[in-house]
Design a protein around this ligand. Structure first.
Ligand SMILES: [Zn+2]
Ligand SMILES: [Zn+2]
Length: 219
């Protein structure tokens, strides 16, 4: 089983249309793909209108679970809850928030605002997330990402260490922008191991936590 809850199509800065991205993921052996284009209030409706349709087609004809999502990106922290709520009420099933990665000037407080929203499911690349924020993630059943993407992945070791100490649930996502970025199970395992996830915990990160996330979003 291969799960990936964070990918991009050309409705933001990815290379492929949603349906081609899903097609390539399907051929790669994916069980589940979340299509989560960068979104703010300028393009949220465009994404909702377009991505939902390709996800439904792929699921109906190919059997891959394709989840229409968004990655709320550089949305002001004070507006994340409203934007996430709007997305969920408009047909988006998976809300990822572009967390406080160490390689971009994400507004401080973004991780915390996302973790307080009942509409947010995943914090992508949460950078130097604090132990308190990890406790909040555990309490609110929000999933924290170990990123397979260069740059964002530089803080994976920190994320894994504080998340595990506070029982927050971790996932590995590709953050794919091009076909070559899509995961294989073996590469996802290497990303988790590289972040310090032990052999005993790998199954949780790669299989069990993704299943719990599917339950959370009713997919
Ligand atoms: Zn991001
Ligand atoms: Zn992304």
């Amino acid at each position: 089983m291969l799960f990936d809850f964070h990918t991009h199509s050309f409705f933001s800065d990815g290379e492929l249309s949603p349906i081609e991205l899903i097609r390539r993921a399907h051929v790669n052996g994916y069980t589940v793909i979340g299509v989560t284009d960068h979104a703010s209030m300028s393009n949220l409706d465009l994404i909702i209108y377009n991505v939902v349709k390709d996800c439904a087609l792929a699921e109906k004809y190919w059997g891959i679970k394709a989840i229409p999502g968004v990655e709320l990106t550089h949305v002001p922290a004070g507006y994340i809850d409203q934007a996430a709520g709007y997305a969920k009420k408009s047909g988006i099933k998976l809300v990822v928030v572009h967390g406080e990665t160490i390689v971009e000037p994400v507004e401080p407080g973004t991780n915390c605002a996302a973790l307080m929203s009942t509409y947010v499911d995943v914090i992508a690349h949460p950078g130097f997330i604090s132990p308190e924020e990890c406790s909040l993630a555990a309490k609110n059943n929000i999933f924290l990402e170990l990123s397979a993407r260069g740059g964002h992945s530089l803080s994976n070791g920190h994320v894994a260490q504080v998340a595990l100490a506070k029982n927050a649930k971790l996932l590995v996502n590709s953050d794919a922008h091009a076909p070559k970025d899509l995961l294989t199970f073996d590469f996802a395992r290497k990303v988790a191991s590289g972040a310090g996830i032990s052999t005993a915990q790998i199954n949780d990160v790669l299989i069990e936590n993704p299943k719990l996330l599917l339950k959370r979003i009713n997919c």
